[in-house]
Design a protein around this ligand. Structure first.
Ligand SMILES: *[C@@H]1O[C@H](CO)[C@@H](O)[C@H](O)[C@H]1NC(C)=O
Length: 213
């Protein structure tokens, strides 16, 4: 069976009459939309920093919020999968092994990147003015530039395969598209934040040189 045939076959096993499917899709799209809107507002007028009294505390509060939204999203995804039919082709042992491998690898990517970046580095600290000293290049960043996003996508696919649900594969494609859009939107902005710091550092360095003269 070719891949387009396989996809058509799988889509026939997606029950679009289940509201939970669309609620899950909405939650998946909501999260990155929410954190990008909130973080950019924080960057512009520091409303979270002012509410919590410090950038550090504000960033931790946002981190807790994003983390909780992630739990809600995962819960809604599992609930959506439960309402969906399984496909016999996804019930074999090999599919189960692939599912566990994806879940393990996905979690390794997410956990190791959080370990490397720390809480503020993971959860939009840059927008609060909490910048990393230098770019992290060690594992998992030597494998992918967005381990958090690709790791999360792998976990979604792992769950879809574990439960044998084509609807989960479709929702995983949705996750991937949402994250690719998020990356396109976020990367130029954070690069801009760091470029600004480099310019300021260069300027400060220039003054020091003059002082030494
Ligand atoms: C990435 O870094 C890890 C740990 O340092 C290393 O084991 C691995 O081989 C590296 N991978 C690539 C593709 O460079």
């Amino acid at each position: 069976m070719s891949i387009p045939q396989l996809l058509t076959e799988f889509v026939n096993y997606v029950d679009f009459n289940q509201r939970s499917f669309f609620i899950s899709a909405a939650a998946i799209a909501f999260n990155p939309t929410f954190w990008n809107i909130v973080a950019r507002k924080e960057y512009r007028d520091h409303f979270i920093t002012r509410a919590f009294g410090s950038a550090q505390k504000g960033c931790y509060a946002l981190a807790a919020t994003i983390f909780s939204l992630g739990l809600v999203r995962d819960f809604l995804y599992e609930r959506a999968l439960r309402d969906q039919p399984s496909h016999p082709a996804l019930e074999g042992e090999n599919v189960t092994y692939a599912a566990y491998a994806l879940l393990a690898l996905g979690n390794i990517l997410v956990i190791s990147s959080t370990w490397q970046l720390g809480i503020t580095g993971t959860f939009l600290g840059d927008y609060f003015g909490i910048l990393m000293d230098k770019m992290v290049t060690g594992f998992p960043f030597n494998i992918t530039s967005a381990p958090m996003y690709y790791g999360s996508t792998m976990s979604f696919l792992g769950s879809a395969l574990l439960y044998g649900k084509p609807a989960g594969i479709l929702l995983t494609l949705h996750v991937l598209i949402v994250y690719i859009i998020a990356i396109q939107f976020e990367n130029p902005f954070t690069s801009g934040i760091y470029a600004k710091r480099e310019r300021e550092r260069a300027k400060a360095g220039g003054y020091e040189e003059k002082k030494e003269l």
